[in-house]
Design a protein around this ligand. Structure first.
Ligand SMILES: Nc1ncnc2c1ncn2[C@@H]1O[C@H](COP(=O)(O)OP(=O)(O)O)[C@@H](O)[C@H]1O
Ligand SMILES: [Mg+2]
Length: 227
């Protein structure tokens, strides 16, 4: 039997800035779009990283900027994301915070990706993100799922090599790692995603591997809420 293609909401969130939330959200959304999925990326961060990334028109999916301004836009924002998730895949690039937009995103999401870099402080931030996810699960029949994504991993260092094992201790799934690679920085400058900018690169291969693992997890496995 063929698995039903996933439709729903994926949020990319972490308390910390600079961990690769926007890079992973844009790359994943683009890879999903290239695989024929209907994808809309929501930039919920006032820094507008993914909205700026999209400005040159080289990304294979549309990006909507919805910086969180408390109550005023919250209801519209939720409705728009829910509508996009009902017809295809909505990816939310969250701000570096576990409040406001991120809280709303975690309440809407089927899956929360938490990028984690190899530093001690990041493990603390990861714990906080998981607490937010578990609070949502308490009121949402077990949703959302969560995946920890080792991000900006320098495999030349011991701490980089050991990150995936350290993340396993949180008791949640750990995705294939995204390395610390200049291609991720350079592609942002050109407005392309890494699979368009450097299709044969290790960086692009890592994004494809991440995308495959996420789809394997989601396709044919609707969350209880959406079943
Ligand atoms: N895997 C990576 N390798 C190298 N640089 C990266 C990687 N991921 C992100 N960066 C760079 O780190 C900075 C912060 O990344 P970004 O995705 O904007 O993080 P966040 O959204 O969590 O603040 C950017 O300059 C980006 O190009
Ligand atoms: Mg960002």
């Amino acid at each position: 039997m063929r698995a039903a293609p996933f439709r729903g909401v994926i949020a990319c969130a972490n308390l910390k800035g600079g961990v690769g939330k926007s890079t992973i959200a844009v790359s994943l959304a683009a890879a999903l779009a290239e695989r024929g999925r209907e994808v809309l990326l929501f930039d919920a961060d006032q820094q507008r990283t993914s909205a700026l990334w999209a400005e040159r028109g080289r990304l294979p999916m549309a990006v909507r900027a919805h910086p969180w301004r408390a109550e005023s836009v919250a209801a519209d924002w939720r409705a728009e994301i829910a509508a996009a998730g009902a017809t295809g895949i909505a990816v939310i690039d969250c701000p570096p915070s576990l409040e406001g937009a991120t809280q709303a995103a975690v309440m809407l999401a089927d899956l929360v990706l938490v990028p984690v870099t190899p530093s001690g402080a990041d493990l603390f931030a990861t714990q906080r993100a998981l607490e937010l996810v578990r609070a949502a699960r308490a009121v949402r029949q077990g949703a959302p799922r969560v995946v920890l994504v080792p991000s900006r991993v320098d495999t030349r260092t011991a701490v980089g090599r050991e990150l995936a094992a350290a993340l396993g201790d949180f008791g949640e799934p750990v995705a294939p790692a995204i390395g610390l690679r200049t291609k991720f920085v350079d592609c942002f400058t050109t407005g392309d995603w890494v699979g368009g900018f450097a299709p044969g690169s290790t960086a692009a291969a890592e994004i494809q591997r991440l995308t495959t693992s996420i789809l394997e997890m989601l396709d044919g496995h609707p969350t209880e809420e959406n079943a």
